[in-house]
Ligand binder design. Structure first.
Ligand code: PHE
Length: 370
């Protein structure tokens, strides 16, 4: 094809010698043929890029040739310009095709090498995990209470100041707030009277449950609580509690003791004695601290119980009339008990763990023991 073109031009130029444009057309064609061959021989993307630079780059063969265009007449410039553009486009197309070809073959190659049979049974044995000791004990507690007719409720960890304190008979000036310092959430504006905080106990669920379900009521609310607390072996800023609430006509402290004993017997798989000491919580009246007979020495006295034979377990009491009222329940007709204990403490006692921090630090060497 190149020869024909050359001879046609040749004939047209007979008598005037071979025109400069013809020579350039010829050279353009040579570049075209050379470049196509070179592209065909490329084995890699790097090769293709090299050829792109060699032929079509700013300092490449095509640009070098086109520099001579200044010596041509206007008509000839137009002719050569058009032809070179056409060739450039064609060669660019060839280069791009080659890139696509090499890329797809390299993907195919990769797929071939990396092929795996996903239906093949695993060669390495899979380790099966289990739930955290805190979760295990919480689930056990839930089952025990469900068997006694209690509902299991879930409440918000980000709680309003109202439910966490005010509704529980703890107004803003009350010193009991100091004992439960927590993390307050920034208010959007000063006008915003709704203050939010990370709940310091699960007790806000008392009024929430009363408002939602009314009386009679039996519910527990397990969950996470927070305190602005320096951590040590016995304290953490984040821990778990279970709140219990039973409201009906003629509920007494005897019912509270029976429920506690049933819970502890099931958890520790043996009879556990409980005793009540007076304790102050603004939302119960009377209020108690519930102790259990030391599970490590069966009440005989040991290092863990400080030789007293008792371990502090839970706060409890008869629900204060103000709290019943806040929950929309008539204190003249109904009474009830409430208690709140630390699931975290229960886990520590059940398994003899002496440092609370082990429970939330995620160390698998510790967790695998349960
Ligand atoms: N909310 C109390 C605490 O976290 C415990 C408690 C619950 C006491 C219910 C009495 C009644 O310390």
């Amino acid at each position: 094809m190149g020869i024909n073109y050359f001879s046609y031009r040749n004939r047209r130029c007979l008598g005037r010698g071979i025109g400069k444009n013809v020579i350039m057309l010829n050279q353009l064609q040579t570049i075209q043929i050379e470049c196509k061959k070179a592209i065909e021989n490329c084995q890699s993307l790097v090769d293709v890029e090299k050829k792109r630079v060699e032929f079509l780059g700013r300092k490449g063969k095509l640009s070098a040739l086109l520099k001579q265009i200044v010596n041509l007449s206007d008509d000839q410039k137009k002719e050569i310009g058009q032809k070179s553009n056409q060739i450039k486009k064609e060669l660019e197309g060839c280069l791009n095709n080659k890139v696509a070809e090499l890329e797809s073959s390299s993907i195919n190659e990769k797929l071939k090498n990396e092929w795996i049979d996903i239906t093949q049974p695993s060669l390495c044995s899979q380790e099966i995990g289990h739930s955290h000791p805190l979760t295990q004990v919480q689930k056990a507690v839930e089952d025990i209470f469900v068997s006694m007719g209690f509902m299991v409720l879930d409440g918000p960890e980000l709680e309003s100041e109202y439910y966490n304190f005010e509704a529980l008979n703890i107004p803003s000036w009350h010193p009991a707030r100091d004992a439960q310092d927590t993390f307050y959430i920034k208010q959007k504006s000063k006008k915003d009277t709704n203050k939010f905080l990370l709940r310091t106990h699960t007790s806000p669920m008392q009024v929430r449950a009363m408002r939602k379900y009314g009386a009679p009521l039996r519910s527990i609310a397990p969950g996470r609580v927070f305190r602005n607390e320096a951590t040590d072996a016995c304290h953490d800023h984040t821990f778990y509690q279970v709140e219990g609430l039973m409201i009906d006509e003629n509920i007494s402290i005897a019912n509270l003791i029976a429920v506690m004993k049933t819970l502890l017997k099931e958890i520790f798989e043996k009879d556990i004695d409980v005793r009540l000491r007076p304790g102050y919580f603004p939302f119960v009246e009377p209020g108690f601290e519930v102790d259990l007979s030391c599970v490590f020495c069966d009440g005989k006295g040991c290092k863990i119980c400080g030789n007293t034979g008792w371990i502090e377990f839970s706060g409890a009491g008869m629900v204060h009339p103000n709290v019943l009222k806040a929950g929309g329940i008539d204190p003249e007709k109904y009474s009830g008990f409430a208690f709140g204990f630390g699931t975290t403490r229960l886990v520590m006692m059940k398994y003899g763990i002496d440092d609370i921090r082990l429970l939330l630090n995620g160390d698998l060497r510790f967790l695998k023991q349960f």
